[in-house]
Design a protein around this ligand. Structure first.
Ligand code: FES
Length: 252
């Protein structure tokens, strides 16, 4: 690496619209410092592209600190790239070599149609949440912290599930394009707590049913979702969701 940083060669998916054909376009970008994020590298590339009077590469981002779930790229075939428990916006360029060629593509799934370049429509997740990813019963005002005793291991499970940021990497990684890890995390974060019990049956049926309608596949226990999840959501949540679903079907 020179004092001015490394040079990265890129093959980036360019697609001008949902119904337009797409293709990989080659670029090279120099002056990339190790502490830069992957998105900052794309920002520099876009400055170059704009400087030439061409159309910059479209990609999603917001917080750029791994908490909002907006960013999401498939980097060399892996959702969010080569680092475990890392979102695209947190991925640093120190993990790539000078002169390396990197292929950058959007998350691909039937439920996530490409809008432009690297941006996909992830509103399917919003519609799944609208089918039960909340508590609608009247739970009153905020209770005292010790008014509803919840064992720590139960609270920890709920909190672990609640760390899901809805980035959709689980769908992009799954050979079935299943949304099971996302849906199960959103079900589990409420199912473990007493406030979520009243609507547990309706929530499982509604959210899983909507995921089916959106065209996401079924879970067949590949585990790719867990491997790429930037928040380390466990496959155990899927097992929990399946138990909830079977129970809900029997009750219905
Ligand atoms: S931009 Fe918010 S998680 Fe990456």
């Amino acid at each position: 690496m020179s004092e001015k940083g490394i040079t990265i060669h890129l093959k980036v998916w360019r697609q001008s619209g949902p119904d337009e054909p797409g293709r990989l376009v080659e670029y090279s970008v120099g002056g990339i410092l190790p502490e830069m994020s992957f998105l900052e590298m794309l920002d520099i590339l876009n400055e170059q592209i704009i400087g030439k009077g061409e159309v910059p590469i479209e990609f999603d981002s917001d917080c750029r600190e791994g908490i909002c779930g907006t960013c999401g790229l498939v980097i060399d075939g892996v959702a969010h790239g080569p680092r475990t428990a890392t979102t695209t916006c947190e991925l640093r360029m120190r993990h790539f070599r000078d002169g390396q060629t990197i292929i950058v593509e959007p998350f691909r799934a039937k439920g996530f149609p490409v809008i432009k370049d690297l941006i996909v429509d992830r509103t399917a997740f919003d519609r799944i949440m609208q089918k039960g990813g909340y508590v609608s019963t009247n739970v009153g005002s905020a209770p005292d912290g010790n008014a509803i005793p919840i064992p720590k291991e139960v609270a920890d499970k709920a909190m672990d599930a609640a760390t899901c940021i809805g980035c959709a990497a689980c769908v992009a990684a799954c050979p079935n394009a299943a949304a099971a890890l996302f849906v199960s995390a959103k079900i589990a974060q409420l199912a473990h707590l007493p406030q979520g019990h009243a609507e547990r049956t309706r929530r499982a049926l509604g959210m899983i049913g909507q995921a089916d309608e959106e065209g996401f596949g079924d879970c067949s226990n590949h585990g790719e979702c867990e491997a790429v999840c930037p928040k380390n959501i466990s496959l155990e949540t899927i097992a929990q969701m399946k138990r909830d679903y079977i129970r809900a079907m029997l009750r219905r």
